[in-house]
Design a binder for this molecule. Structure first.
Ligand code: UD1
Length: 429
């Protein structure tokens, strides 16, 4: 199993290209199931989760073609993939596949909308809380699907097609909103989604669906209205930049000091996180090319942050911010409101010398003058990258084990950091 080895203490200088967003790519690929024509996605990141979803879609009969490297293309450009769900040969998504990635459960929506039935295993994914699918099921029921749960599978049936309905989510759910959008796009009549997720990835998916012929208004607000259409067609769509990758590298620069351009990053996708970084003592400068992040030798100020759905501080940057605050000049508080069990990084950060107290959903972080390198274990996607950030500032050597978690969501992480002067390498075994 691969490991990442870091020798801390180097400042970061240079340019880091930001990849296409994983959390938009996955639902966009799934949206390819809605049409028998070809959906072309550009700026697709090279990630293990994308490969896994390719396998899952392949199992339904979807042809996926990855365009070859063109002249002048290097590893920094995202890939272009052609998704063609001309014929769907199987409407079952088996346990062995879905259990490895939670988002793959979302195939249930296009399958039932287009084929009238779907049988999808209950999901797996990062071990960060119970992460149920009750709200996704509720959304499909509101659109007329009959749901049965049997042997760990959710079976959705709508032999005469879905019909529009009112879906009021009791809590904001990104997956629930994606599911509702995809199902409503092909339902008969009007669907109103209340308390919809406002995440930029939802807007990206809605934009792509509209290009495919859907009629969706209000994406990016809490009330989305969908006029169903009878069929969708192919289109070409470029995935938006990854705001979580952007925030992660911004925190790495804040941690080590230095000056880095995050190329292609868009500040409006993570304004709250950038404001937190500025408050902590980082200089954040939007430019034509992206966002420049700089910190000189001055110490980091502590901050108090609570995670929230967009536009609030993202839960997917919580672990990274905690790593950063381990070096602040004082005490910070971070409250996690989205996932109840998302603190697995705390004990690993402690191995590097961090002082963190947990009390329910709040972590109190007492900044320390120095961290010391140690072997640590990646537990989930975002937690593992927080250990990399801590390792970049720790004295001596840190090895992060189980990096397959990192490969699920960060494209060429060690190369991007090494190109800016970090002493980081992958050890393959
Ligand atoms: C997505 C993101 C993930 C991010 C999360 C929150 C992708 C591929 N993943 O995950 O990176 O951390 O949004 O921004 O885009 N819930 C229920 N019942 C449900 C569904 C959700 O109770 O049926 C709860 C969850 O347990 C959680 C909250 O709602 O407490 C938000 O979850 P949700 O927004 O659905 O997360 P995901 O879409 O799985």
């Amino acid at each position: 199993m691969d490991r990442i080895r870091i020798v801390g203490g180097q400042r970061l200088h240079g340019t880091i290209p930001i990849s296409g967003a994983k959390n938009a790519t996955l639902p966009l690929m799934i949206a390819g199931l809605l049409t028998d024509e070809t959906l072309i996605l550009e700026n697709v990141p090279r990630l293990a989760d994308v490969v896994q979803l390719q396998r899952i879609l392949g199992n339904h009969g979807v042809d996926i073609m990855i365009a070859g490297k063109r002249a002048g293309e290097n590893g920094d450009n995202g890939r272009t993939i052609h998704i063609s769900a001309k014929t769907i040969v199987d409407t079952t998504a088996p346990y062995e596949m879905v259990s490895r990635m939670r988002a793959s459960f979302w195939v249930i929506a296009p399958l039932v909308a287009r084929m009238g039935e779907a049988k999808v295993s209950m999901p797996g994914g990062c071990a960060i809380g119970t992460r149920p699918v009750d709200l996704l099921i509720m959304a499909l029921e509101k659109l007329g699907a009959d749901i049965e749960i049997e042997g760990g599978y959710v079976i959705a049936r709508a032999p005469k097609g879905l019909r529009g309905g009112e879906i009021a989510f009791p809590k904001v759910t990104v997956g629930g909103t994606h599911t509702a959008l995809m199902a409503a796009a092909l339902a008969r009549g009007t669907t109103v989604i209340e308390n919809a997720a406002r995440e930029p990835e939802v807007v990206d998916v809605a934009d792509c669906l509209n290009k495919m012929g859907a009629n969706i208004a209000g994406a990016g607000t809490a009330r989305i209205v969908v006029e169903g259409v009878s069929r969708l067609h192919g289109t070409r769509h470029a995935v938006l930049p990854d705001r979580i990758e952007t925030g992660t590298y911004a925190m790495a620069v804040a941690m080590t000091g230095g000056d880095v351009l995050l190329q292609n990053a868009r500040p409006e996708l993570l304004q709250v996180a950038l404001d937190v970084l500025a408050k902590a003592g980082t200089t954040v400068t939007p430019t034509n090319e992206g966002i420049r992040i700089a910190r000189n030798g001055a110490g980091l100020e502590p901050v108090d942050v609570t995670t929230a759905p967009f536009p609030g501080f993202p839960t997917d940057l919580q672990a990274q911010l905690m790593a950063l605050m381990t070096r602040a000049k004082g005490t910070s508080h971070i409250t996690e409101t989205i996932f109840e069990n998302r603190f697995m990084h705390v004990q690993e950060l402690a191995r590097l010398g961090a002082r963190i107290q947990l009390d329910g959903d709040t972590a109190t972080i007492e900044g320390v003058a120095r961290l010391k390198g140690a072997p640590v274990m990646a537990t989930d996607l975002r937690a593992s990258v927080s250990l990399v950030i801590a390792g970049l500032a720790a004295e001596g050597e840190t090895t992060v084990n189980r990096v397959y978690h990192l490969d699920r969501g960060f494209e060429r992480l060690e190369q991007k950091l090494a190109a800016c002067g970090a002493a980081i390498e992958r050890i393959s075994e």
